[in-house]
Write a protein that binds this ligand. Structure first.
Ligand SMILES: [Fe+2]
Length: 294
C-alpha cells in the first residue's frame, strides 16, 4: 500500500449540509489555522419531471461561506455521481476555487460519452476540471495539507479525500448500518470496492469518516459521521473481518436487486462535464435520454 501522509494532529472544522431530495451530504471543510476552506460534493437541485434546475442547496453553502468570511480554495468531487447533479461551476462562479476530481474521470467520460453518443466536441481528457488527482496526490487548503486516495470499485474514478483527521469517503462506505455503495455501474467492480474499503480501514482507528450519502436505515435519524474503528467493528458489509469472497458474493447479489437511481440520466451528463449542463446545437441547455442505453 502507498505510504500516505496522514496527519492526525490537524483537526479541520467540518460542517455537513444534508440534501433531502437526494440523501447527499455536502461539506464545508475549513483549515483551523486560517480562513481557507474547501467544499466537498455540492448539489444542484433539479425537478427532473419539469426539466428545471435551481440552486437552493448550493446557495446555502455559498451563504454560509460568506457569513463566515471564508475563502474557497477547492471544490472537490469524490466521483462522478449518478444520483445528484454537481453545482461546482455555479459555486466557482460565485466564490472561485478549483474544481478537482480523480484522474480516471477520463474512463468515465469515455464510457458515458458513448452511452450518450456525444460528438467530438465533448472532450474525454478531463479538461473540464481544474485538477485531476492521482493516488497519493497532495494539495493544500490554506495551510492545511490534504491528499487523495484512489478508491475505485463503485466507479473507476472514485477518490477518498483525507484532510487532517477527517476523511471524506464518497460512496466507498456508508454508515456502519448502511454498509457500502453498489458496484454494478459501468466500470464498477465489487472486488475493487472491497480492496478500496480496506485502504480506508487501514487509516488510524480514530480517523473521522464523513459519508457522501445516508438513507437512515431502519428508521434511524440521518447521520454522516463515524470513525475507522467503528466501521471496522460494525459495518454490516465489511466489518468484523468479512472476507473479500464474502463481500463480493453479497455485493453482487444485492446489486442485481437495485433499481437505477432516479437522477442517473441527467446526473451523468452534467457531472462528466464538471457540473456544466450540456447544450444543443443552438447553445440551449438540453439533455438526452438514451433509450435502452444504460
Ligand atoms: Fe455515487
Amino acid at each position: 500500500m502507498t505510504d500516505y501522509p496522514v496527519e492526525m494532529d490537524t483537526t479541520p472544522d467540518v460542517e455537513g449540509f444534508f440534501d433531502e431530495a437526494t440523501n447527499t451530504i455536502s461539506y464545508i471543510v475549513k483549515d483551523p489555522g486560517s480562513k481557507h476552506c474547501a467544499i466537498i460534493d455540492s448539489v444542484m437541485d433539479i425537478d427532473y419531471a419539469a426539466g428545471r434546475i435551481s440552486y437552493d442547496h448550493a446557495d446555502a453553502l455559498i451563504a454560509r461561506i460568506r457569513e463566515r468570511g471564508l475563502m474557497l480554495d477547492w471544490i472537490i468531487e469524490t466521483h462522478v455521481h449518478a444520483d445528484h447533479l454537481s453545482a461546482a461551476p455555479y459555486i466557482q462562479d460565485k466564490l472561485g476555487g478549483k474544481i478537482g476530481i480523480g484522474a480516471r474521470i477520463t474512463l468515465v467520460q469515455q464510457t458515458f460519452g458513448k452511452v450518450f453518443n456525444e460528438g467530438t466536441e465533448f472532450e474525454r481528457d478531463g479538461s473540464q476540471f481544474d485538477a485531476l488527482f492521482e493516488d497519493g496526490d497532495t494539495y493544500e487548503i490554506g495551510g492545511m495539507a490534504a491528499f487523495a486516495m484512489h478508491t475505485p470499485g463503485h466507479t473507476p474514478a472514485c477518490m477518498t479525500h483525507v484532510i487532517g483527521d477527517a476523511t471524506f469517503v464518497g460512496d466507498t462506505l456508508f454508515m456502519p448500518d448502511g454498509g457500502s455503495a453498489r458496484a454494478d455501474f459501468p466500470g464498477g467492480d465489487a472486488g475493487e470496492l472491497y480492496d478500496s474499503i480496506q485502504k480506508v480501514l487501514a487509516l488510524p482507528d480514530e480517523m473521522r469518516l464523513f459519508m457522501c450519502h445516508d438513507y437512515g436505515p431502519n428508521g434511524r435519524d440521518i447521520a454522516w459521521e463515524t470513525t475507522v474503528g467503528d466501521e471496522k467493528a460494525h459495518n454490516i458489509h465489511v466489518g468484523g473481518g468479512k472476507t473479500r469472497e464474502e463481500f463480493i458474493a453479497m455485493r453482487e447479489a444485492r446489486d442485481t436487486t437495485l433499481k437505477m437511481p432516479t437522477l442517473i440520466i441527467p446526473s451523468l451528463q452534467v457531472n462528466m462535464r464538471a457540473g456544466e449542463v450540456p447544450t444543443d446545437k443552438d447553445g440551449n441547455p438540453m439533455m438526452k435520454v438514451p433509450v435502452n442505453g444504460l
